[in-house]
Write a protein that binds this ligand. Structure first.
Ligand SMILES: Nc1ncnc2c1ncn2[C@@H]1O[C@H](COP(=O)(O)OP(=O)(O)OP(=O)(O)O)[C@@H](O)[C@H]1O
Ligand SMILES: [Mg+2]
Length: 370
């Protein structure tokens, strides 16, 4: 059976990956020249994809060691260090003999190697006792990296999480290693625009001006449409131009939502027209009824009024304008502005450089059709 070419999670290979050529070239160029990057985009736009796609281009190159870690679930420097150490060491300890060598050099870390019985991948565990021990262990790992010939690319995904660590100062610790380990390029990425911009562009913060920022936006629509049409036709399926236009209208080409619609359309039909797309949207909204109702239960009445207005308006440039406020009867500008801020912090809304929009495209249509 031919695999569905529209992935809705993870990265597989260039065959299933659309465009991002300029972004990937920028990432590779930065790595080649030992510069650091920050990739920022709304949720599900394709940050992780760009990182994994860039790593794919570097595979097999002995001179580069790519390391990827997603710190979303970490809550302290101790947990960060455990995950960081595990990710770096699993990459290094590709084989048992290499592992022995690494653990001899890093004897102070008390490492344990296990082989995942399902995948056969090596995985390293070591436990950190406390914050002091975490700082020491990070020092040991970075010192070890600096003795290697290879250039390390360390991608830390969901980087905004570090501001939630109680202790603070994680940024300063990372900065010192970033500055003192010449054979590392960092790629920081995440979706909380405000938090990340603040970390990297506020002169008072330790990581100020240490990285180049890539704002990842949508894939150019004609490229994406060609990609979709090509995937259909290479499976002897068809999708009409009006269906593609309709997908664009529904999703604004927000990557995950395009992928999701196409995955389902591809799975169900041999030939797709715009009515099929419409029918599928109606079905998706019905399937997600309880999810969306739950979203609303997380919001205050004012936030609900504001998010509904943004959905109905199809995005808003100036939410505090008299025009928007009176069109949707929203009350005082300060209340609206506060609601927009909370909704953005909670990532229900994002700012695409021009407008505030709903992050979840289907939720937006659910509100619209209610
Ligand atoms: N260029 C692309 N071509 C095809 N599919 C893509 C592309 N980029 C990402 N995707 C798919 O879109 C979905 C979202 O991408 P990804 O997980 O990279 O986004 P993200 O910005 O990291 O999201 P999050 O904020 O949730 O971490 C995934 O299912 C991924 O497989
Ligand atoms: Mg991601």
């Amino acid at each position: 059976m031919k695999q569905n070419p529209f992935l809705i999670s993870g990265y597989s290979s260039p065959e299933f990956f659309c465009d991002r050529e300029a972004e990937t070239a920028r990432v590779i160029e930065a790595i080649r020249n030992q510069r650091h990057l920050t990739i920022i985009s709304p949720r599900r736009m394709g940050k992780t994809g760009v990182i994994k796609h860039s790593f794919y281009q570097l595979r097999g190159k002995k001179s580069v060691t790519p390391v990827y870690l997603d710190i979303l679930t970490t809550t302290s420097l101790v947990e960060f260090t455990e995950l960081f150490g595990r990710s770096v060491l699993s990459t290094l300890a590709g084989s048992e003999s290499l592992f022995k060598k690494v653990s001899r050099v890093l004897s102070s870390l008390r490492l344990k190697l296990s082989i995942d019985p399902l995948t056969g991948e090596p995985s390293v565990t070591f436990s950190i006792t406390d914050r002091e021990n975490a700082i020491e262990s990070l020092g040991t790992i970075f010192r070890y990296i600096s003795t290697r010939k290879s250039h390390f690319v360390i991608a830390i995904d969901e980087f905004q999480q570090i501001v939630r660590y109680d202790e603070g100062s994680t940024e300063a610790i990372i900065r010192s290693h970033l500055q003192n380990t010449p054979n590392i390029s960092f790629i920081f990425s995440g979706s909380r625009q405000h938090v990340l911009s603040e970390i990297f562009t506020n002169p008072a913060r330790p990581l100020f001006n240490t990285t180049e920022i890539i704002d990842l936006t949508t894939i150019e629509s004609s490229l994406y449409k060609n990609f979709i049409a090509e995937k259909f036709s290479s499976a002897n399926k068809k999708i009409t131009a009006s269906a593609l236009d309709y997908i664009e209208k529904l999703t604004g080409m927000h990557t995950f939502y395009v992928q999701y619609l196409c995955n389902r359309l591809y799975g169900r039909f041999k030939s797709v027209d715009s009515d099929n797309v419409k029918g599928l949207l109606v079905q998706i909204l019905a399937e997600n009824e309880s999810v969306y109702a739950n979203y609303l239960s997380l919001l205050t009445p004012t936030q609900i009024r504001v998010i509904k207005s943004v959905a109905l308006a199809g995005g808003v440039t100036t939410p505090t304008s008299a025009e928007f406020i009176s069109a949707y009867n929203l009350g005082a500008p300060s209340t609206v502005s506060q609601a927009i801020k909370s909704l953005t912090d909670k990532q229900f809304l994002y700012h695409d450089g021009e407008k505030y929009k709903l992050t979840d495209v289907f939720f937006s249509w659910w509100i619209y059709y209610r």
